[in-house]
Design a protein around this ligand. Structure first.
Ligand code: AQP
Length: 347
């Protein structure tokens, strides 16, 4: 990662979000949240973390009470994982209207050809794209607005979001070029660690996802110890023992996934995990992995449950976060409108 002070025109600022489209998974935790906490605690950045509720309604209709529950539970998950609402700005996207307002401007900057190339659009719309929502298609332009309405310089994400971050830079560059300004930063993607892409426990070639219809394919942060142990025990693997190095896993994606998860939970590397376990049987490794996962995740799920006992306090945290966020987003949106030539928005 580059030195955050190397872009003096912009305050070093981190933005990232998670959709409240279901419960939090181990993929969200290892691919995103662990880094969110790390970047908050380093003190090099202002940090803004978001429940992207407007994105959550793009794929399918979510029952309104479920969406509200998911949003509060996600907020509880952020805090339980170590996000401090005093140190970081913690918001739900819809309470900061400048996200959607800048999203409209970016709908007019982004090109159809760019959107057509987005693999997440192709995956989620599938073969029946005509029945997919316009919101799902425009999702990456709103995501660019989520980031750029803060002039965020760094975005920690899992690997699956890299293409959307490239698009964010394309939108910023085209806006700056079209209007002859140097207004939006070219945001840096931060993809780091042993578990930048946590895979399904049932198919090591497919991403672990909160909306996968098969619950056994993922670890939910709200799963109890028995469920976690059972899911790892039943994770798809093969009868071969563990090799001593990563070369031996190149054709074994399911096992590679478990090794990556172990390394990320332990804070080591996949190489180190294998080095001390060469020849070990997978049955034993799965028990070790389940014990480690329970030790790491149980305090988070207990704290989430405690926070969810007081939803009014969660709502207060989000309202306060939105107030703080708008101190940043209102002037950036006003200036954008001014640059574009929309009348009546001078600061
Ligand atoms: N399996 C994963 N491995 C590593 N990182 C992951 N992330 C998600 N799944 C994994 C990272 O978590 C952040 C928030 O993602 P999101 O929930 O907003 O969207 P998503 O990537 O589409 O996640 P899901 O679970 O697959 O959601 P649904 O099923 O609703 O589409 C991002 O930084 C993402 O990289």
């Amino acid at each position: 990662m580059s030195d955050p002070t190397s872009a003096p025109a912009f305050t070093p600022r981190v933005f990232s979000g998670i959709q409240p489209s279901g419960g939090l998974t181990l993929g969200n935790y290892l691919g995103a949240m662990v880094k969110f906490v790390d970047m908050q605690d380093r003190g090099d950045f202002e940090t803004v973390y978001c429940m992207v509720d407007l994105h959550a309604i793009t794929a399918k209709l979510i029952e309104p009470a479920t969406l509200a529950h998911n949003t509060r539970e996600l907020c509880a998950g952020f805090i339980a994982a170590g996000i401090d609402p005093e140190k970081s700005i913690l918001i739900n996207q819809s309470q900061v209207p400048e996200h959607a307002q800048l999203g409209w401007i970016f709908n007019c900057v982004a090109r159809m050809g760019w959107m057509d190339r987005m693999t997440q659009w192709k995956d989620k719309a599938g073969k029946d794209a005509e029945r997919a929502s316009l919101g799902l298609y425009a999702y990456p332009a709103l995501m660019a607005a989520d980031i750029l309405v803060y002039h965020a310089t760094h975005v920690p994400v899992g690997e699956d979001q890299m293409q959307h971050l490239e698009l964010t830079r394309d939108i910023a560059a085209k806006f700056n070029h079209d209007y002859g300004v140097d207004f939006f930063p070219l945001t840096e993607t931060v993809v780091e660690g042993a578990a930048t892409r946590v895979m399904s426990l049932k198919d090591g070639t497919k991403k672990m996802s909160k909306s996968d219809p098969v619950d056994a394919s993922r670890i939910n942060l709200t799963d109890d110890a028995d469920t976690i142990a059972k899911k790892f025990r039943k994770a798809k693997t093969d009868p071969e023992p563990l090799p001593g190095s990563l070369d031996g896993l190149s054709a074994r994606p399911d096992v590679r996934n478990l090794v990556n998860i172990f390394a990320a939970l332990e804070g080591t590397t996949p190489e180190a995990v294998l080095a001390s376990r060469e020849g070990g049987m997978l049955g034993h490794f799965k028990v070790e992995l389940a014990d480690l996962a329970v030790a790491k995740l149980a305090p988070i799920s207990t704290e989430m449950a405690r926070l969810m006992d007081d939803p009014a306090e969660i709502d207060r945290i989000l309202a306060r976060g939105a107030e703080r966020a708008r101190e940043i987003t209102v002037p950036i949106l006003q200036r954008t409108y001014e640059i574009v030539g929309l009348v009546g928005h001078a600061p």
